[in-house]
Design a protein around this ligand. Structure first.
Ligand SMILES: Nc1ncnc2c1ncn2[C@@H]1O[C@H](COP(=O)(O)OP(=O)(O)OP(=O)(O)O)[C@@H](O)[C@H]1O
Length: 720
């Protein structure tokens, strides 16, 4: 007896035929792009500038095309819509036309693909059946159908497979975040395709896909207005280097390579913040009052500045003492805009002071000519050396290191730092390396210090500019990831993840990079650890400007099992009862566990829990501890997990996810910062499958009687 193929096998075979046709067409397009490139090189052999220009254009176009064709290769076709009109529309990672310009695949970002994400049974948008096509490389391995409009289904229309979303969510997580292009949900799609102008705010609880949505939005905006965004640069900012490593494969998997990903610790080229200050210090350093402190600091004489200058002119000795130099410094500052750009004003002020010395004598040498006096002194090496020592060009790092001297910091503090705060802040600048909060201070200092005037260079001929432009645009993608983006770097699109935690000084740092940018801000006020929401909101307003704001709220948690999220939510609600939290959609039957042990058993129990989770889940395991304990815990667990285990502190855990999570000493995590229960909420909502809490006290979830007033806690909800 011959087995009849199942409906699923028949349907898979039919889709495979279409997918094969798409790959065959892709090969033709690849060889076409190769020919364009060869043609470019042939033209360059003519040797004149016009030919070189054409070569650059053609090679650039071909390279872009090839890159686009390669990027979406695996699993290129992932969806199909069967429409009322009878059309079967395939959706994929990129658009492919056949030789007669009929679409074989529609790019997921094109308007024609929108119903794939937006159609529902209540509002089918002309879609009868939506099909998700699962592939492995170029081979179709499965299908998941949704019949959205059964009444319109033609006779014999097959409906096969399980729900695609649930199947995807149940899969084990790897070390890197994946794209969600085949299962984007309706509320997410609306945020992804929101207009570019102004500021788009995407809010939602843990695991609602905010990060995924923000990254897909970048790919969407690059698709819909590539010239503007690829040319002007796109910056994605995340909270920590670990987070940036976690998300850095999503955009390349969507075919976008040229986006700059930075964490708040690595915003400045050449400076990597290696530590975080404690909550009290971060609050001081992040507050706007630091700007006033820094603006005084930059004008103080450098610690090695000479306090006297003596020279001989026309046989007479001219001396400037400390008071005269201080007056000259004041005069230079009045005339200059920033210290580094004011060397000229400083020179003039010193010459004025020297001249005035001669004028104050009982018998001023009347035959001295001012112009001659200036010209001769300016030329002298002793004068130039004095100026270089007295008014040197300084960089931000040196200036902040000098502030490790308490008396120097106190001189700049005005009434902006309390007396007891000065030694704390000064001591932190004396420590090796920089903290994350210092990065924003260094950036502010760079702006306040300014730049020395540029020496005049040779002017370029217009055609040189043109060639330069072409090379720049063709190299831009790779150049942007290699060339330092310094304080001059402006972006046309800035995406900020975990935006609820930015300090006012960090908002200023980003604002300087996006004066004309379109912004996408992603955050969850309930996960906020920042204390002064009003000041942060003001700084955010100043950074993003007053243009139109659009808001989207994501409501479904796709990360956690319902069992795990219920625990995280119940803890947060004990502290802040009125919060609106998302709903988790996936039940696994695995309840989160709490293991209460004595102090001396804590480490053994932690190790046992980690070993157990590594054996139980397929993917990654995370251990979340307090910042103080993190390195010790990592040391004790080293050697376990072969790349599947990561130990992070509770702030670093932001934005990350693992299949299994062990949270160690939750009471310690709460105690670490003033909004510690929110930080714990973040820690408890990192796991997809298993959560184990290892603790020495059973009542960690109970808020203390003197907990902060819930009304005050709710304020950060108004950040956006
Ligand atoms: N539509 C979707 N289809 C498949 N997976 C999804 C979808 N939306 C979100 N996810 C998955 O859910 C998880 C959480 O997403 P993401 O990290 O973007 O959430 P988040 O809102 O930024 O979370 P948090 O605020 O807790 O950091 C990720 O694994 C993501 O891939």
């Amino acid at each position: 007896m011959i087995d009849r193929p199942s409906v699923l096998t028949t349907e898979i075979a039919a889709e495979q035929r279409h997918v094969d046709a798409v790959y065959a067409r892709l090969e033709e397009l690849r060889s076409g792009a190769g020919e364009v490139e060869a043609e470019g090189h042939r033209r360059a052999q003519l040797g004149n500038e016009g030919a070189l220009y054409e070569r650059d254009v053609l090679v650039h176009q071909a390279a872009r095309r090839l890159k686009a064709l390669d990027s979406g290769y695996d699993g290129l076709v992932f969806g199909r819509l069967d429409l009322h009109s009878g059309e079967a529309r395939h959706i994929g990672r990129l658009g492919v036309l056949d030789a007669t310009y009929e679409p074989l695949v529609v790019d997921w970002r094109a308007p024609a693909a929108a119903p794939f994400y937006r159609a529902t049974a209540e509002d089918p948008l002309g879609v009868i059946r939506r099909r998700v096509i699962h592939s492995s490389g170029t081979r179709v391995v499965g299908l998941s159908d949704d019949l959205l409009d059964p009444s319109a289904a033609p006779e014999g229309m097959a409906v096969v497979g399980e729900g695609a979303l649930m199947a995807t969510l149940a899969r084990a997580r790897g070390r890197a975040m994946r794209d969600i292009v085949s299962t984007i949900q309706r509320e997410q799609d609306v945020a992804i395709r929101a207009p570019a102008s102004g500021t788009t705010i995407i809010e939602g609880g843990p695991g609602t896909g905010k990060t995924a949505v923000a990254l897909h939005r970048v790919a969407y905006l690059l698709y819909s207005d590539r010239n503007r965004y690829a040319g002007g640069g796109v910056l994605v900012v995340g909270p920590s280097p670990t987070f940036v490593r976690y998300i850095d494969q999503v955009l390349p998997s969507l075919g976008e390579e040229g986006v700059v990903l930075r964490s708040l610790a690595t915003m400045l080229t050449g400076i990597e913040a290696t530590r975080r200050d404690n909550a009290a210090l971060s609050a001081i350093k992040g507050a706007l009052r630091m700007r006033r402190v820094l603006s005084r600091l930059v004008w103080l004489p450098v610690p090695t500045a000479p306090t006297r200058f003596r020279t001989v002119y026309g046989g007479e000795v001219l001396t400037l003492d400390a008071a005269a130099l201080a007056a000259a410094r004041k005069a230079a500052r009045r005339r200059g805009s920033t210290p580094n750009s004011s060397r000229g004003q400083a020179t003039t002020a010193v010459l004025d002071a020297l001249w005035n010395v001669s004028r104050s004598w009982a018998e001023p040498p009347e035959h001295w000519e001012r112009a001659e006096f200036d010209a001769e002194l300016r030329d002298r090496s002793e004068f130039r050396e004095f100026l270089a020592a007295w008014w040197p060009i300084v960089d931000a790092e040196r200036v902040l290191r000098w502030a490790a001297d308490r008396s120097r910091l106190a001189r700049s503090a005005g009434s902006d730092l309390r007396r007891d705060e000065v030694p704390l802040v000064a001591a932190s600048f004396a420590r090796a390396g920089w903290s994350v909060a210092d990065v924003a201070l260094l950036d502010e200092l760079r702006a306040l210090l300014g730049k020395p005037p540029k020496p005049q260079g040779r002017r370029r001929r217009p055609e040189e500019w043109e060639m330069q432009e072409i090379r720049l645009s063709s190299d831009r993608a790779s150049a942007r990831t290699q060339v330092p983006d310094d304080e001059d770097d402006e972006f046309s699109l800035i995406v900020v993840d975990e935006a609820q935690d930015l300090s006012p000084m960090q908002w200023r740092m980003l604002g300087r990079r996006g004066k004309y940018a379109s912004w996408t801000l992603v955050g969850d006020p309930a996960q906020s650890a920042w204390e002064d929401p009003d000041e942060a909101a003001t700084a955010m307003d100043a950074a993003v400007g007053t243009r139109v704001r659009r808001r989207f709220m994501l409501t479904t948690n796709y990360r956690n099992s319902a069992e795990i999220f219920e625990l995280a939510a119940s803890v947060l609600r004990r502290w802040e009862p009125g919060l609106d939290l998302p709903t988790a959609v996936r039940r696994t039957g695995a309840e989160p566990e709490q293991r209460v042990v004595s102090d001396d058993r804590l480490q053994d129990e932690l190790r046992a829990a980690v070993v157990e989770l590594l054996a139980d889940v397929e993917g990654t395991v995370g251990v979340v501890t307090t910042a103080d304990e993190r390195d010790d815990v990592a040391g004790r667990l080293s050697g376990l997990g072969a790349g599947r285990l990561q130990v992070v502190d509770s702030i670093e855990a932001k934005g990350l996810e693992y299949d299994g999570v062990v949270v160690v000493q939750p009471a310690g995590i709460i105690a670490e910062s003033s909004a510690g229960h929110r930080v714990l909420y973040v820690s408890l909502s990192r796991a997809t499958h298993r959560l184990v809490v290892v603790t020495t006290s059973a009542d960690w979830a109970e808020p203390p009687a003197d907990r902060p007033d819930p009304d005050r806690l709710a304020e950060p909800l108004s950040l956006f």
